[in-house]
Design a protein around this ligand. Structure first.
Ligand SMILES: [Zn+2]
Length: 380
């Protein structure tokens, strides 16, 4: 197998599992949260910062990187690790989701997606073969198949057609792979229709993919639908390969999906909310721009061991945001990512101890309690 995956422990009271994936750029301890570095950077954070807060994997995007700097730049510069100065594992998404979310100017046919590039306004084709060719040039450790994503609100016939095309494209991606050291994950689609999710997982599991992702969620579905479909999809995926829930990731989402046996996650939320001045803390979300923080000597999170919490008061962070100083989003991004990586490290330890179900329940209850009391006291 291209991507050795060892399962080292399972939680007795849930489907949660502890594992480790060996990539050409190092080992990934799972369950893992992957930092979003769409354009070959994690906004406001240098690779050395990421290493210090426990980042294991950076996730980049084929669609954006094929436009800028382009695959030729990666070929000349020795791949993404060298280019961005990140020595650890990199996963590249294929661009399917970006094609789906592009406004207007695109046509999707069996061949692939034709769209106008935002860097030079030229018409470009992103086909399954082209996506693999670009991901090969980027040099990621884990590549994703090109999929066709549709809104969760689409009718069943549209969802089925996109799922079937996703299957055909997945096999074309498998056939287009040229480098044996780059793993390839398939993406289970099927919208919010349980029968289609079952068909998709069953079809893809018959082929030699190195891992399986759950795609097409958080595109118009409810939290309850997301949890049910995640659990259903994860259960149908082969147990001996990693399972990845794409783009879904509030802390409760992660805990619920880990309970269902998901191993890998990514989400823009920790850095996106940081840029708006919102921090995840052990006592709920903190909005730093609020006036109540203006003269607060308190740390952002008394329980947190990150450099932001060690060195600065809430009042200073509030001041940075009021001055629109880029240091503000940077310090809060590092804190938020540290919070996520700590949640994952604690989860891994709880799975090893066989206490994860109880740990997850405590965490979920605490989050609900904080959100409830924040609403009650008008703190959010
Ligand atoms: Zn912190």
């Amino acid at each position: 197998m291209i991507l050795p995956f060892d399962r080292t422990a399972t939680d007795p009271a849930s489907r949660a599992r502890r594992g480790s994936i060996l990539t050409p750029h190092g080992r990934i301890e799972t369950p893992v949260f992957m930092d979003v570095g769409t354009h070959a950077f994690v906004t406001n954070c240098a690779p050395a910062d990421l290493a210090a807060i426990g980042t294991q994997v950076v996730l980049a995007n084929t669609y954006h990187l094929m436009l800028r700097p382009g695959p030729e730049a990666f070929r000349q510069l020795g791949g993404i690790h060298q280019f961005m100065g990140w020595p650890g594992p990199v996963l590249t998404d294929s661009g399917g989701y970006q094609i789906f979310s592009l406004p207007g100017d695109r046509t999707i046919t069996e061949k692939g997606a034709r769209f106008k590039g935002y860097t030079n306004q030229q018409m470009l084709l992103l086909s399954p073969e082209r996506s693999i060719e670009v991901q090969t040039a980027i040099g990621s450790d884990i590549m994703m198949v090109l999929d066709e994503c549709v809104a969760s609100t689409s009718d069943e016939a549209t969802t089925r057609a996109a799922m079937e095309r996703t299957h055909r494209w997945a096999l074309r991606c498998l056939g287009a792979r040229t480098h044996a050291d780059q793993a390839l994950f398939a993406i289970v689609q099927g919208g919010i229709v349980p029968g289609l999710r079952r068909q998709s997982a069953a079809f893809l599991a018959e082929h030699p993919f190195d891992g399986f992702a759950i795609g097409g969620l958080a595109v118009g579905d409810t939290r309850a639908q997301r949890e049910d479909l995640t659990a259903l999809s994860a259960e149908l995926m082969p147990a001996d390969r990693p399972r990845y829930l794409m783009g879904v990731g509030t802390p409760p989402d992660l805990l619920q999906a880990m309970l269902a046996g998901v191993d890998m996650f990514d989400c823009i939320i920790p850095t996106q909310l940081a840029s708006q001045g919102t921090a995840f803390t052990s006592t709920g979300r903190v909005r730093l721009k609020r006036m109540q923080n203006a003269v607060s000597e308190a740390r952002l999170d008394e329980q947190c061991g990150c450099a932001t919490c060690r060195d600065f008061s809430r009042a200073y962070l509030h001041h940075l945001f009021k001055c629109r100083e880029p240091l503000g989003p940077r310090l809060v991004s590092l804190h938020n990512l540290h919070y996520y990586h700590t949640l994952m490290a604690d989860s891994r330890q709880a799975i090893e101890r066989g206490t994860f179900a109880a740990y997850a329940k405590r965490q979920l209850d605490a989050i609900d309690r904080h959100e409830h009391s924040a609403r009650r006291f008008g703190q959010t």
